[in-house]
Design a protein around this ligand. Sequence first.
Ligand code: UTP
Length: 291
Amino acid sequence: MSKIRKAVFPAAGLGTRFLPATKVIPKEMLPIVDTPQIQMGVQEALDAGIEDIIFITGRGKVSVVDHFDVSYELEDHLRNRGKSDLHSLAREVAEKAHVAAIRQKTPLGLGHAVLCAKSVVGDEPFAVILSDDIIQSRQPVIGHMAEAYETHGGAILSVMEVDEGEISKYGCATPADAPSPGPRLTPLQGMVEKPPASEAPSNLAIIGRYILPPEIFDCLENVSPDANGEIQLTDGLRLLLENSPVFAYEFEGKRYDVGDKLGFLQATVEFALARGDIGPQFRDYLRSLDL
Ligand code: UTP
């Protein structure tokens, strides 16, 4: 199987759950402590050795692409004040990532956003990372998924077990009655978008990391829009399953849904507590609160 060299970052959604902040600020640029969510996602790809980064952007999202440019004035300013370290991480990401950006002119759904990457991805398998799912793990989850692809092919979807009452918020994976080909992998026979708990085929929720073969593009071109006029990635994956194996990958690590206000706050508190610079003071502050 070919190596995974490219990662697509759909970032053209309207971010309505974070209005009014997202009226002019892209959701992807909202920081966890001081690091934009999208930078954390790109860092995960770079840590997995994936350096070709393809952003799918829309109106009002230019700052996502600008963030990965080298900012000479800022660097000069910080160097002159002996504060280069403040910027070194962002610079490292900007230097390593080879960035391309494509406009999704209308936000017609996640499947449509992935389809927008067709001409830049070409005829090779690729990763998809949703930066509003942050996964903290010892090693980059997308790297493990790429390795699984290199051995088993097909398509690989990250999944995690959720409580029964939660599954209706997610795409839900339907396991096939077939042996697991490798660690953490389950062959699938289908997937259902946001099923009611009573009809869910499993408690495996599909999370924002995917390794997809290029055949997904033909599938996405052939699915019909849903009732809201959106092309769903789940529908494209269901078509893909007719001719290609699809595996669920149960990742190791903690996932934060930072596209949701509560998940965003949880990530902010936990990442702040883990920081060497502000963590101890922040812990003292939290302890002092009369909760
Ligand atoms: P979400 O379902 O979280 O939608 O998209 P959203 O617009 O970002 O946020 P809410 O629900 O309105 O608050 C999941 C991912 O798919 C991208 C989003 O940018 C996000 O990374 N997306 C979604 C697109 O790129 N284009 C679309 O048309 C829809």
